[in-house]
Design a protein around this ligand. Structure first.
Ligand SMILES: C[S@@+](CC[C@H](N)C(=O)[O-])C[C@H]1O[C@@H](n2cnc3c(N)ncnc32)[C@H](O)[C@@H]1O
Length: 240
């Protein structure tokens, strides 16, 4: 079901998960402010990892994170985007999705990803894989950015467990960054236990999310030690 969000962009409501792909704040707003802008700030701090940024987009969904990364690509920097997604029918339908006007310039990319699940030119490579993300992350090489954008912990728990983040940790560049809309304690606890520094973004009037890195960043730090004096650091675990 198509849903109009507060910034005017459209998202979908997924009937199986009974959740929208984006918050009411806005599909574009959420993608830009919770993922793309903070992640590219970190990439800039580390000189764009030598000129080529590798992004793991968990999971592709409507592709806002991938498409807005391309639209905001730093000049002369190559993006390689790898994204698992279970719902092949959704990807095949994206060429008919009512994206905002600013996506018009990359219409050819949207069409090609929707038809062939991949795209490549001199500056952008996209590979969408129809596979369970848990399996996928065991098979890929190191990445610099992880967009952690699964549905919520309640309905999509397999993509928020300690074991899942342990696998993510083994493929994330030590100067890399993970971004998420979520501020859920079991999610933050998993990253904290794995040695990540936790931050929130600096943008006013945007709901807080989480920015995590093993590197020291310039964002506002989440005082998690203080919080842990009051609560247990419980994580979600894989079901045995
Ligand atoms: C919140 S949406 C992602 C939104 C997306 N990043 C965007 O910008 O439109 C979550 C997506 O995760 C997919 N998904 C859920 N569990 C998955 C899994 N275990 N492996 C791969 N994809 C999964 C769903 O089909 C859905 O498309």
């Amino acid at each position: 079901m198509l849903v109009k969000t507060n910034d005017g962009s459209f998202t979908l409501k997924n009937q199986k998960y009974n959740e929208c792909y984006h918050s009411s704040e806005g599909a574009v707003t959420e993608s830009l402010y919770k993922h793309v802008f903070p992640a590219f700030d970190v990439a800039k701090k580390f000189n764009y990892y030598g000129g080529e940024i590798k992004i793991l987009d968990i999971c592709f969904g409507l592709g806002f994170n991938t498409f807005l990364s391309i639209l905001n690509r730093p000049k002369d920097i190559k993006l390689q985007i790898f994204s698992p997604e279970l719902d092949e029918d959704l990807i095949r339908s994206l060429k008919n999705f009512p994206y905002p006007k600013e996506f018009e310039t990359i219409k050819h990319i949207i069409y090609e990803v929707s038809d062939n699940l991949k795209y490549e030119d001199s500056y952008v490579k996209i590979e969408v894989s129809i596979i369970d993300a848990r399996e996928y992350i065991k098979s890929i090489e190191k990445v610099d950015i992880v967009y952690q954008d699964a549905f919520s912990l309640k309905v999509n728990p397999e993509l928020w467990t300690f074991e899942y983040f342990k696998d993510i940790d083994s493929i994330l560049n030590p100067k890399g960054v993970l971004t998420s809309y979520s501020v859920a304690t079991p999610f933050r606890c998993a990253l904290y236990k794995l040695g990540y520094n936790l931050y929130t973004h600096p943008y006013e009037n945007i709901r807080k999310g989480t920015i995590a890195s093993k590197a020291i960043l310039d964002f506002e730090k989440v005082d998690f030690e203080e919080k842990l004096k009051r609560i247990d650091c419980r994580v979600l675990r894989d079901e045995k």
